[in-house]
Design a protein around this ligand. Structure first.
Ligand SMILES: Cc1ncc(COP(=O)(O)O)c(C=O)c1O
Length: 395
């Protein structure tokens, strides 16, 4: 053996998460005393609601510090199933169809591992969340991206989907509200996509992690709620990170047809065991006190909405920048193609010269765009907009 590491096919083919990389570079600069305006993080800047934290602390005091069943503590799976029935309109969901995982990211990965065999194709509408293609590759699958730019509201059409399906297609990923664009499919648009999938006999992974972060009165619907046939074809993934500002708790959820949920539970039992036991008791408090939870979320949403509108106004005022009015999550995804620079160079120069951190669109399969998260303070937004304006003017 030489010093040269002999990495596996999986490790050699995987790219590091570019969003986490931008965030850690910004944090590094900050730690070195630089005044950085960070728009990179996909993380709410609020604290976790106090009653959720208290329930977790109490669980530790009560000795809930041991292994739990791999798919989650039964009371939490019951509460999640009830929530899917009552609030997402998915009839007849049982606790056995629900798995609690160590993060929505892990839910996505296990959903993909549960249905993808080597060589299977997975359709991923672009702009997409950075991790989907890498997860598909880790499962031996082949990611096939379908581009839908600003002109089409960042949404894949049923025609595009139909044309992209081949005999090898096994799964289509839908993420509404979307990271990185904040776009939301209407119920009718989702229905049309689901119909194409049902006709073709392919599964859908519906990533609904931003389901509660909605603005302008738009509504979120779960594709699994459309019909029994749809429920049999959809794997719904979500989690606690974004809704309740619980990113560090590492708690994700998955709801699927029973055989898939069982397969996911098996995969989880062999790869991570249960999500942290006492953290699940915090999540249980969020589910069992739903009105209080939603009140906490609407407080955060009010602040997010104000920041969204301010950032949107500021970005659209910059000559050369075009920005769509995103109605979900906490991201804006402006087009910067008019500056004629590669996105990576634009972002690197912006960080170096103006100390403004953004994620280049290429990371999301969309060259010529950049992602800004407004899960940051009003001050950072004001200062960042000023710097971005002078940066663009000088290009
Ligand atoms: C679209 C999307 N799905 C899933 C996740 C996973 O979130 P977590 O693992 O924190 O639950 C994220 C986080 O950035 C996301 O943006």
């Amino acid at each position: 053996m030489t010093n040269q590491a002999k990495l596996s096919t999986w490790a050699s083919n995987i790219a590091p998460s570019p969003t986490l990389a931008v965030d850690s570079k910004a944090k590094e600069l900050k730690a070195a005393g630089e005044d950085v305006c960070g728009f990179g993080a996909g993380e709410p800047d609020f604290d976790t609601p106090e009653f959720i934290k208290e329930a977790c602390i109490q669980a530790i005091r009560d000795g809930k510090t041991k292994y739990a069943p791999a798919p989650g503590i039964p009371v939490l799976r019951d509460a999640l199933a009830e929530n899917y029935r009552n609030n997402n309109g998915v009839d007849g969901v049982e606790a056995a169809q629900v798995v609690v995982s160590p993060g929505g990211k892990y839910s996505c990965y296990l959903a993909i591992l549960a249905v993808i065999s080597p060589g299977d194709e997975v359709i991923i509408p672009a702009p997409y969340w950075v991790s989907y293609p890498e997860m598909v590759k880790l499962a031996g699958g082949v990611p096939k991206s379908v581009f839908a730019g600003q002109e089409s509201g960042f949404k894949m059409t049923p025609e595009q989907l139909r044309e992209s399906i081949t005999p090898k297609t096994r799964l289509v990923i839908i993420n509404s509200p979307s990271n990185p664009t904040g776009a939301i499919y209407s119920p009718a648009e989702l229905q049309a996509l689901v119909e194409v999938c049902l006709e073709a006999g392919v599964y859908i992974m519906s990533d609904e992690i931003y389901e509660h972060l909605l603005y302008d009165g738009v509504e979120h619907v779960s594709p699994a709620s459309f019909s029994k046939e749809a429920a049999d074809a959809v794997i719904t993934v979500a989690g606690f990170s974004k809704t309740f500002s619980m990113t560090g708790w590492r708690l994700g959820t998955l709801m699927a047809p029973l055989p898939i949920a069982k397969a996911v539970a098996n995969l989880q039992s062999q790869t991570s065991s249960n999500a942290t036991t006492f953290a699940q008791f915090g999540a249980l408090a969020a589910m069992q006190n739903w009105d209080q939870s939603m009140a906490a979320v609407s407080g955060m949403l009010e602040v997010f909405d104000r920041r969204r509108l301010r950032l949107l106004e500021g970005l659209t005022a910059i000559p050369g920048v075009e920005c769509a009015r995103a109605q979900g999550a906490f991201y804006l995804f402006p087009k910067i193609a008019s500056f004629g620079m590669a996105g990576n160079d634009f972002a690197a120069k912006l960080l170096e010269e103006e100390k403004v951190a953004v994620v280049p669109g290429g990371a999301f399969g969309a060259e010529g765009y950049m992602r800004l998260s407004y899960a940051t303070s009003d001050d950072v937004i004001e200062k960042g907009l000023k710097r971005l304006t002078s940066f663009c003017a000088a290009l």
